[in-house]
Design a protein around this ligand. Structure first.
Ligand code: OXD
Ligand code: MN
Length: 587
């Protein structure tokens, strides 16, 4: 398939380490993928769903101990611990290679090694990067074929040794010997003993965020945990927003939002460019441009319904792989909590157990069950999705789940303040990563689990990017919180489609059109600046949503200080200065 000597040399080394029975190159052809689907059904790795109702759709179940990203088993192995920083797990590269080589040794005996050449980003785009993943899992091959651009055409454009080396072996999914390891300086990723998407689709979190953030720092661009959407106004002009929220906090929903009826009637529309990852570069005109390096959506199924996210649901109606949802045995379709109110009576729960879904008192679908759907299935996929130059970003939005602290929306005063707002992001944890759910943790730029180097240097890189753009060209930075709760623990904001109202204020601010008022934390919408037409919300509720409780914020400042202290003097002075400003403003 290739004459590239760097590819062939590495492949030989990995082959002699893993010792597969055979090697199969993934050429990207539909015939080959179809043959693999058939093979995976024959071996039980995948289940074929109802081909009339869900054409081209398949089902996969992971081991019960292997349903989420494992942050405590994820390592950044830089030559020194300092380079990985205090947030990442670190091990000396030599020691880690020795440990991993022992685990991979003979791990593919009796198995097939698949070679997947793939591009993150449109093939040949100046933003794009190439990887090759070696895996012994057909599930991984089929998911990668949805999530990335795979095949022979990619091999043909590799320039020398400029590709990311990715090795995955499923082994026996032993959680005690599960490792997801990155060697940024070697452009290498090694994953072993897992078959869960976030740990094994190595183009996604491992490459497009951890390795890419490291490359971005070296090369002067950014890899971020961000959705990208285009908002079209009634005049047909489209403005683009990139938004970072932690895992399972609604990036996919926001990216595919359907505007409230009265805005739809006026002609407003949302276009989806990406739902999880953005690669950003400064363009020739000095503005920041973004591409989505992925080709599909690896979305959280529970909670996705016609009402909450019509477009995501539509995206899953064909050529989709479902993982760890429930199966309706009567017609071989899928079900999850929040899809509708009718769990199937004759049901296979995600673990494989046969249950009466109507009477079952547990959850039928794993809370982190997923769909892997081609982006082109999405009814609102942006016409710019394949644009190799990306789309110009007007606003960057940070957000998280905060019951009490953050208001519905506020604007940072300038880029430097915006970086601070991103750096102080925090959110209540979700099921996307193993561990307790609902605990507040600091998650700078939603990148806590994904920065491939020292987080303090990452803040510095953000600040540097701002210095390279004129203030009038750089995106404006905002923070949103859809999850604010009242005294009785009820959400104050309806969320979903109504989030459009906040996006409109944001874009109006970018054009100097909407009013804002100064507050201790930044610029809040002025009274009446957020359009609440047709919305069932009282003036008091809106006031509460936009309120800043100084005591609660002072508590957060203490937590921010403690958090930042771990970076020592590597923390950029600008961050310290912003923290002091905030504290003074609150006093
Ligand atoms: C994801 C995640 O799968 O953030 O996107 O966990
Ligand atoms: Mn994500």
């Amino acid at each position: 398939m290739t004459e590239n000597k760097y590819v062939l040399k590495w492949l030989e080394e990995m082959k002699s380490l893993c010792r597969p029975d055979q090697l199969v190159w993934i050429d990207g052809s539909e015939e080959q993928l179809e043959a693999l689907r058939e093979e995976s059904v024959a071996t039980g790795e995948m289940i074929k769903l109802n081909q009339e109702k869900l054409p081209g759709c398949y089902y996969h179940r992971t081991a019960v101990n292997d349903v989420a990203r494992v942050e405590d088993r994820t390592f950044i192995c830089t030559p020194t611990k300092e380079e990985a920083g205090p947030i990442n797990n670190w091990m000396d590269p030599e020691e880690m290679y020795a440990k991993l080589n022992a685990l991979y040794d003979g791990s593919m005996e009796g198995r097939t090694m698949y070679v997947i050449p793939y591009s993150m980003g449109p093939v040949g785009s100046p933003f794009s990067k190439i990887g090759i993943e070696l895996t012994d899992s057909i599930y991984v091959v089929l998911n990668m074929a949805i999530m990335t651009r795979v095949g022979k055409a990619i091999l043909d454009i590799i320039d020398g040794d400029d590709f990311t080396k990715c090795l995955h072996a499923k082994k026996d999914v032993n959680p005690d010997e599960r490792y997801i390891v990155h060697f940024p300086q070697d452009n290498t990723i090694m994953s072993v003993n897992s078959a869960y998407g976030g740990n094994v689709l190595l183009g996604k979190k491992c490459f497009a965020l951890r390795i890419a953030s490291y490359l971005g720092k070296q090369e002067g661009w950014m890899a971020e945990h961000m959705l990208i959407l285009g908002l079209e106004n009634p005049q047909g002009e489209v403005k683009y927003i990139a938004a970072a929220f932690p895992s399972a906090c609604g990036k996919t929903n926001l990216a595919m939002l359907i505007p409230p009826e009265y805005l739809k009637e006026k002609g407003y529309k949302i276009w989806t460019v990406g739902d999880d990852i953005a690669w950003l570069r400064i363009g020739p005109d000095g503005r920041l441009y973004a591409i989505n390096p992925e080709a599909g959506f690896f979305g959280v199924a529970p909670g996705t319904s016609e009402k909450t996210n019509f477009n995501a649901l539509e995206s899953t109606k064909k050529n989709t792989i479902f993982t760890n949802v429930a199966i309706n045995n009567d017609d071989m379709t899928v079900w999850w909590e929040g899809l509708d109110k009718n769990p199937p009576a004759n049901c296979t729960e995600w673990t494989g157990k046969q249950v009466n879904g109507k009477e079952f008192d547990g959850v039928l679908a794993n809370p982190n069950s997923r769909f892997t759907a081609p982006a082109i299935n999405c009814p609102c996929i942006s016409p710019e999705f394949e644009n190799p130059q990306g789309v110009p970003i007007s606003a960057i939005v940070f957000g998280g789940r905060r019951a009490k602290t953050a208001p519905l929306v506020y604007q940072a005063r300038d880029w430097e303040h915006g970086v601070f707002v991103g750096a102080t992001m925090a959110s209540e944890t979700t099921a996307a990563a193993a561990g307790a759910v609902g605990v507040v943790r600091r998650d700078p730029m939603a990148m806590k689990p994904f920065v491939g180097y020292n987080m303090a240097d990452y803040f510095g890189h953000w600040l540097d990017m701002g210095k390279k753009m004129d203030a009038d060209k750089a995106p404006k930075i905002f923070h949103v919180n859809w999850f604010r709760k009242d005294e009785d623990n009820n959400f104050l904001w309806p969320g979903f489609g109504d989030n459009m109202r906040v996006l409109l204020w944001i874009l109006d601010r970018c054009e100097g059109k909407a009013d804002a008022v100064e507050s201790a934390i930044g610029l809040l919408p002025a009274e009446g600046a957020i359009d609440t037409t047709d919305l069932d919300i009282t003036a008091e509720q809106l006031k509460e949503l936009l309120s800043v409780d100084k005591d609660v914020w002072m508590g957060d400042v203490e937590n921010q200080k403690e958090y930042f202290s771990q970076f020592g003097d590597r923390l950029p002075a600008e961050i310290t200065k912003q923290l002091e400003n905030l504290e003074n403003n609150l006093k």
